[in-house]
Every structure is written in structure tokens, then in C-alpha cells.
Design a protein around this ligand. Structure first.
Ligand code: FAD
Ligand code: NA7
Length: 474
């Protein structure tokens, strides 16, 4: 058509998916803009360009997890000859400052990369007016209308709060934790998502008193045997669990210290905490962006955008990727891959679709849990109990041997389908560096490796990855 638009493509959301898509599209000579705007959390926390992963997700999370690992290693250091003092203290604000400085350098780097790629960056909130027009509003309330032929929605999600008195006034979420300017003090973590357990794990390891309030199961959607092992390990290390329990009310009982609260549960539990961290799930940011004006269909049960296998929404020129889409994995590399491939299909005549199957992932709890493929429960549901063979073993990493740390608590499991020649459909490992271990094995699983292929491969000794080869049967 002869219609002139301001841009070929406007990407809404400058996170993992949006940045990847915009850079890729611009590299094919397209005129691209990215709108990225962070609505402050109820506690007033905001951050720079890059989205969840860089600012309030993977990056600060993994660095705090590393702080935890260093703390654990310090406990073992004397056994290896290091004359460290018996009492080593951790300084919360120093850790936060260092991590935030690094995050700010990443924010700066992303702006630079957009500029180098001639992508226009608008630090403004976008809302659809019609299928080719968005209204963008900046911090100073300046409004403009801009048009494009195509749109990619990559607005991600934000933490949810339980609907109870005091939650938003006195609670915090992962959006606030990683830049928290004060020591959190005694903590209550509400929820049993991977985010809840990861946060509890590193908070505990840097010396913070942690209680975790769990409504039902741990790590819904993950292999439940491994989930319970993670819970047992955390309990064994002194983290407290209240389970099953939900919070009903939060009150401030003393001034001065932020977030000092009182906690009433539906049962009889009542407790006092300095910080209450909610990690009860995330909601897609689809409610206030004008989708009803243009007819982009959502899944009514979770507010996520419904897309086809090409990530196209119900409106022809509008696509969606990343955490905001329905029924897919909420992971940074998934959003990046989807963004890149979508731009290649739109502007470079490519046809490759994002493959959402067999995506490896890792939960960075104190004992890390890496997996690829399906849980044992899901394998049984898909193939039937009789067609599943499980191989597993407990192991003790050599690194832990001198101090007998977590004696034989590490674990590996292969879930195989008998009728497919014992093809491995689930690989699970619980132990140090589980992410590093899982990444490599994921290639094997993706290529259709069988139990016999794992058994034939000779291990690297001495490593924890050796356990992936599972000689024992379950
Ligand atoms: P996001 O990165 O969330 O980006 C969306 C952006 O859009 C945000 O900047 C938002 O402010 C902006 N925005 C929203 N609405 C508008 C609007 N109307 N106009 C303009 N801008 C808007 N994944 C992993 O792979 N590994 C991990 O270890 C990991 N750990 C995590 C830990 C935590 C605590 C959390 C919360 C998440 C973690 N994730 C992890 C998930 C990962 O962060 C997300 O999957 C990823 O960031 C999704 O990218 P996205 O592009 O879909 O959205
Ligand atoms: P998840 O992973 O389902 O996590 C939500 C967690 O919070 C889960 O443990 C819930 O318990 C718990 N929860 C939810 N509401 C409450 C209330 N009101 N009180 C106490 N506890 C609560 O959600 P996410 O949005 O983080 O992730 C969704 C999916 O994305 C996830 O499955 C991953 O595969 C990726 P529950 O188990 O429901 O009892």
C-alpha cells in the first residue's frame, strides 16, 4: 500500500526479547523504534534499559547466588588450608552497590548498542490507539503518536501481590530486593516458585534469617521428587518452612525500619519480620496497553497474549514474544531466540520457527537444579507408567569431600521411554554447577540420545557432570 509509516517496526518493551528483535530487524536495514518504560514498583523502585533479566532477574539473581556460594566456600576454606577468621561477616549494602553498578553498566551498554544499530530508543510507555499507531508517554507526561507497519509486543510481566491488606504497602518483591538499600533483616518469603526458593537460598546464605511460607507444593510444574529434595536440603541448612499456609494480613508494628511487619495467616501462625518478600507469580503487562482497542486476543485465565507458531497475534501486523505470550517458557534465552528468528522471518525471508521444546533451564537454589526435557510426572502422563524407565544416582562431589558437606545429597536422574529404545526425555541434576552440566547434556537430549548413548560416553573425571552418565538404575 502507499501508506507511509514513521517506522517499519515498533517494538514495545526493551527487555531480552524486544532488544534482540529490534537489533536484528535494524541489521536488515529496517527503520525500528523500541519503547521501554519501567512503571515504578509499589515501593517506588525503577531501573534502566534492558528489562527484567538485566535489572531485576537473572543477572542480579545469579550474582547474589554467587555471593551465597562464596559464603558456603568460606565455611570450607579452613579444611583447604586457608586461615580465614572463624567469623566472616557479609555486608549487604556493599554487595548491592557492586551489583547495581554492574547493572548500570549493562543499561549503558544496551543504549549504546541500540544507537550503533540505529534503533530509535524511546524511554516512554506505549499504548495502542489502532493497529498501526501507538500513543507514547514519557516520564514528564509528554505524549506523541507514532506509527509503524509492524509491531512486536515484548512487555514481559511484573510480580503479583496477594490480595490481602498491607501487601502492597509493606511487602516487597523481586523488583525491589536486588537494589534494596538497607539490610533486609529477618525475612518472610511468601510463595514456592523458583524465584521464591532462589531468593530464600541466597538470603539465608548471606546470613539472613529466612522463613518460607508455602501454599501447597514446591516448584509447581517442576519434577516433584527434585523439588522436595531442594526443600529438604534448604530445611537441613536452617531455612524454616510454614506449610501449607497463606498470608491473610500484614500490619506495620513499628516505625523507622522499612517493611517491619506483622503477619497473620489463615491458620494460627503470627510472626514478626523486617521484610516480607512476595514471590507468588508474575502477571503479564497486557492490561493497560490498549489491546482491547485493536482486538489482540488474550487467554482470559492469565491475561497472556495468544500467538500462533510464528508468534503472530490475532491481529495481522502485530506479533508478541517472550514472557507475555501464552503457554511458553518464561526464560531470557527463549525470548531472545524468538525475537531474532521473528525478525529474520519478517525482514530476511527466513522460515525458521522458534523451537520451544527441550529448552534446558536451571533453578539456582543452594543446591542447583538443572534439567532439560520433561519431569517424571509429565513423562508418566504422556507415555504411561509402564513405558517409563528411570535411572538415577546420588553422588558426593569431590569438592565437598574434605568437609563432608551435603554428604550424598547431590542427585542425577534420567527419565527414559522404553518403547523408544530408552530415549532420554528427561535429564535432571541436583548439585553444584548444575546449569553448566545441563547445557551440554541438553544437546544430547535434543538430538534424541538414548540411555545407551549416555552409558557409552566416557566421563570427565573428576567432575560432577560425570553423574549425568548414570550407570545405576532406579
Ligand atoms: P522483559 O525482560 O520483562 O522486558 C519487558 C520490558 O518492557 C520491561 O523493561 C518493561 O518495563 C517494558 N514495558 C512493559 N510495558 C511497556 C509499555 N507499555 N511500554 C513500554 N515499555 C513497556 N530467566 C532465565 O533465563 N534465567 C534466569 O536465571 C532467570 N531468573 C529470573 C529471576 C527473576 C527474579 C525473574 C523475575 C525472572 C528471571 N528470569 C530468568 C526470567 C527472565 O527475566 C524473563 O524470561 C525475560 O526477562 C523475559 O524477557 P521479555 O523480553 O519477555 O520481557
Ligand atoms: P508460579 O511458578 O506458578 O509461582 C507462583 C507461586 O506462588 C506458587 O508457588 C504458588 O503456589 C504461589 N502462590 C500464588 N498465589 C499465592 C498466594 N496468594 N499465597 C501464597 N502463595 C501463592 O508462577 P510464575 O508466574 O512465577 O510462573 C509461571 C510459570 O512460568 C511457571 O510455571 C514456570 O514454568 C514459568 P501454588 O503452587 O499455586 O499453591
Amino acid at each position: 500500500s502507499g501508506v507511509q509509516y514513521d517506522y517499519d517496526l515498533i517494538v514495545i518493551g526493551g527487555g531480552s526479547g524486544g532488544l534482540a528483535a529490534s537489533k536484528e530487524a535494524a541489521s536488515f536495514g529496517k527503520k525500528v523504534a523500541v519503547c521501554d518504560f519501567v512503571v515504578p514498583s509499589p515501593q517506588g523502585t525503577t531501573w534502566g534499559l534492558g528489562g527484567t533479566c538485566v535489572n531485576v532477574g537473572c543477572i542480579p539473581k545469579k550474582l547474589m547466588h554467587k555471593a551465597a556460594i562464596i559464603g558456603e566456600d568460606l565455611k570450607d576454606a579452613r579444611a583447604f588450608g586457608w586461615d580465614v577468621p572463624e567469623q566472616v561477616v557479609h555486608n549487604w549494602t556493599n554487595m548491592v552497590d557492586e551489583i547495581q553498578n554492574y547493572v548500570k553498566s549493562l543499561n549503558f551498554g544496551y543504549r549504546k548498542v541500540l544507537k550503533e544499530n540505529t534503533v530509535t530508543y524511546l524511554n516512554a510507555y506505549a499504548q495502542f490507539v489502532d493497529a498501526h499507531t501507538v500513543k507514547v508517554t514519557d516520564k514528564k507526561n509528554n505524549v506523541q503518536h507514532i506509527t509503524a507497519r509492524d509491531f512486536i509486543i515484548a512487555v514481559g510481566g511484573r510480580p503479583r501481590y496477594p490480595d490481602i491488606p498491607g501487601a502492597k504497602e509493606y511487602g516487597i518483591t523481586s523488583d525491589d530486593l536486588f537494589s534494596l538499600k538497607y539490610h533486609p533483616g529477618k525475612c518472610l518469603i511468601v510463595g514456592a516458585s523458583y524465584i521464591a526458593l532462589e531468593c530464600a537460598g541466597f538470603l539465608h546464605a548471606v546470613g539472613i534469617d529466612c522463613t518460607i511460607m508455602v501454599r501447597s507444593i514446591l516448584l509447581r510444574g517442576f519434577d516433584q521428587q527434585l523439588a522436595e529434595m531442594i526443600g529438604d536440603h534448604m530445611m537441613g541448612h536452617g531455612m524454616k518452612f510454614i506449610r501449607p499456609c497463606v498470608p491473610t494480613k500484614i500490619e506495620k508494628i513499628s516505625d523507622g525500619e522499612p517493611g517491619f511487619g506483622k503477619m497473620d495467616s489463615g491458620e494460627i501462625v503470627e510472626g514478626e519480620y523486617n521484610t516480607i518478600l512476595f514471590a507468588v507469580g508474575r502477571s503479564a503487562c497486557t492490561h493497560n496497553i490498549g489491546l482491547d482497542n485493536i482486538g489482540v486476543k488474550l487467554n482470559p485465565s492469565n491475561g497472556k497474549i495468544i500467538v500462533d507458531k510464528e508468534e503472530r497475534t490475532s491481529v495481522n501486523n502485530i506479533y508478541a514474544i517472550g514472557d507475555v505470550i501464552d503457554g511458553k517458557l518464561e526464560l531470557t534465552p527463549v525470548a531472545i531466540q524468538a525475537g531474532k528468528l521473528l525478525a529474520q522471518r519478517l525482514y530476511k525471508n527466513q522460515t525458521v520457527l522458534t523451537d520451544y521444546v527441550n529448552v534446558p533451564t536451571t533453578v539456582f537454589t543452594p543446591l542447583e537444579y538443572g534439567f532439560v526435557g520433561v519431569s517424571e510426572e509429565d513423562a508418566v502422563a504422556s507415555y504411561g507408567k509402564d513405558d517409563i524407565e528411570v535411572y538415577h544416582s546420588f553422588y558426593q562431589p569431590l569438592e565437598y569431600a574434605l568437609t563432608d558437606r551435603d554428604n550424598n545429597k547431590c542427585y542425577g536422574k534420567l527419565v527414559c521411554v522404553k518403547s523408544k529404545g530408552e530415549r532420554v526425555v528427561g535429564f535432571h541434576v541436583l548439585g553444584p554447577n548444575a546449569g553448566e552440566v545441563t547445557q551440554g547434556f541438553a544437546l544430547g537430549v535434543k538430538l534424541g540420545a538414548k540411555k545407551s548413548d549416555f552409558a557409552d560416553l566416557i566421563g570427565i573425571h573428576p567432575t560432577t557432570a560425570e553423574v549425568g552418565l548414570h550407570k545405576d538404575s532406579g
